[in-house]
Ligand binder design. Structure first.
Ligand code: HEM
Length: 410
């Protein structure tokens, strides 16, 4: 209990409604539940996990915008229990001046002009991956393209060996998903193993850039100084691991959810490419509709207002960005994909001080992925008897997107 005048126990009790971020419902079932809450109890408290759930665009956007102004991002997980036991993730769980220093370093490295310069590199990676299945007429999209594509792009733009993509993707898979179908012990062991190996791998890269600086993003980060001091090795390692993970599941989720949708809605796949000038707008609508990320914010001041409630310091508020992006206040018929929507800014990349660093890179990757997939798969459908499997958790996504198509001649 805090020492403010707010009777938090009474407030929690009067807004109680359980929420399971790891529910096995489909994404649409889950969004139907969120729509019901938005209508009837827009801010609810889940005793299990001990956090609030925000469901309206205005409440979520307002909180994200007020980071460092009443709210902070640590811990950025609904139940407050830190992943892998311990530390703040850099930079996503840092706030205040230290976070600003990281942004000052990183933002220019992923600026629109820097990302434009990566375009050919990114397109070649898409072309090479697609060449691996183009003449087969079938693809298991997530493992063969949606997941390795952003991972390989990451290695390439960082100046790390792209041949290491499979190894890195395995580590990231262990961090994010553990051992699917395995025991908790197996998952823990896989994560410890991935952590040790990825840290050793990154340390070797850091040492190499110190000895042999190059004109690349990695060298710029390794050589950076905050207040005249270099970034400690352990923090560099944390930062590179976060950078490695941040763009993988998210980008993969947007590609895989979109392609699963197009498999069932082929006319939309054609509509997306009807006018090349409209592709960027179509990608934005797919980003709104797929919204994979689910940030959490924490009250940092003595109290802060959300959705008409005054919450005391320390209360955690979970903010699935899909909840904001499906709010009918701004998006009529929110569950439908409409490429010609009034472009009210979606929150898929968050807002405020933690807004995604990779936003320009992600948009470019997505556009290129869809363009290159279109070249080899002008028409496609789900393989017989296959139904993609959606999952919630800390990045919403879909697996088992097995597609069949007619191989093209060239
Ligand atoms: C479709 C793909 C992507 C989506 C949907 C996405 C989404 C997000 C969101 C929602 C956040 C903020 C979370 C919060 O407010 O707590 C974030 C932060 C971040 N993203 Fe992305 N992201 C994507 C791709 C990428 C890529 C490709 C990179 C690689 C550079 C990247 C790097 C980061 C980093 C470093 C942060 C932390 C920023 C900070 O804490 O200041 N993201 N991303």
């Amino acid at each position: 209990m805090t020492d403010t005048a707010i009777d938090i126990e009474a407030l929690r009790a009067s807004h109680a409604r359980q929420y399971d971020p790891y529910s096995t419902a489909t994404i649409q079932e889950h969004l139907d539940d969120i729509a019901d809450r938005r209508e009837n109890l827009p801010m609810s408290f889940s005793e299990k996990g001990g956090f609030w759930l925000a469901t309206t665009y205005d409440d979520i956007a307002g909180m994200l915008r007020r980071n460092n102004k009443g709210f902070i991002s640590f811990p950025n997980i609904p139940d407050g229990v830190l992943a892998f036991g311990q530390k703040r993730q850099i930079p996503i769980e840092l706030d205040g001046p230290i976070h600003a220093q990281y942004r000052k370093l990183l933002d220019p490295l992923f600026s629109p002009s820097k990302v434009k310069g990566m375009e050919e590199q990114v397109r070649q990676i898409a072309i090479d991956l697609i060449a691996g299945f183009a003449d087969k007429g079938e693809v298991d999209l997530v493992p063969e393209f949606a997941f390795p594509f952003p991972g390989t792009v990451f290695l390439s733009v960082m100046g790390w060996p792209v041949e290491d993509a499979d190894m890195m993707n395995k580590w990231v898979g262990a961090f994010l998903h553990g051992v699917p179908g395995g025991t908790e012990e197996e998952t823990l062991a896989a994560r410890v193993d991935a952590s040790e190996k990825s840290r050793a791998y990154i340390q070797a890269i850091v040492d190499d850039r110190r000895a042999n600086p190059r004109d690349d993003i990695t060298t710029a980060i390794v050589q950076a100084e905050f207040d005249g001091e270099p970034i400690p090795d352990e923090d560099l390692s944390d930062l590179f691991i976060l950078l490695m993970m941040a763009g993988l599941d998210t980008t993969a989720s947007v590609i895989a959810q979109s392609m699963a949708y197009f498999a069932k809605n082929p006319a939309k796949w054609d509509e997306m490419f009807a006018d090349p000038d409209d592709i960027d707008a179509a990608v934005e609508e797919l980003l709104r509709w797929t919204s994979p990320a689910v940030p959490t914010r924490n009250v940092a001041d003595e109290s802060a207002e959300v959705g008409g409630l005054e919450l005391p310091k320390g209360e955690r508020i979970h903010c699935p960005l899909a909840a904001a992006n499906r709010d009918p206040k701004y998006y009529p018929d929110p569950d439908e994909i409409q490429f010609d929507r009034d472009p009210h800014p979606h929150l898929t990349f968050s807002l405020g001080t933690h807004r995604c660093i990779g936003v320009h890179l992600a948009r470019q990757e997505l556009r290129i992925a869809f363009e290159e997939l279109r070249r080899v798969m002008p028409t496609f459908r789900l393989a017989d008897g296959v139904e993609p499997k959606e999952h919630l958790s800390l990045t919403w996504g879909v697996e088992d997107v097995r597609l069949v198509f007619t191989p093209q001649d060239s």
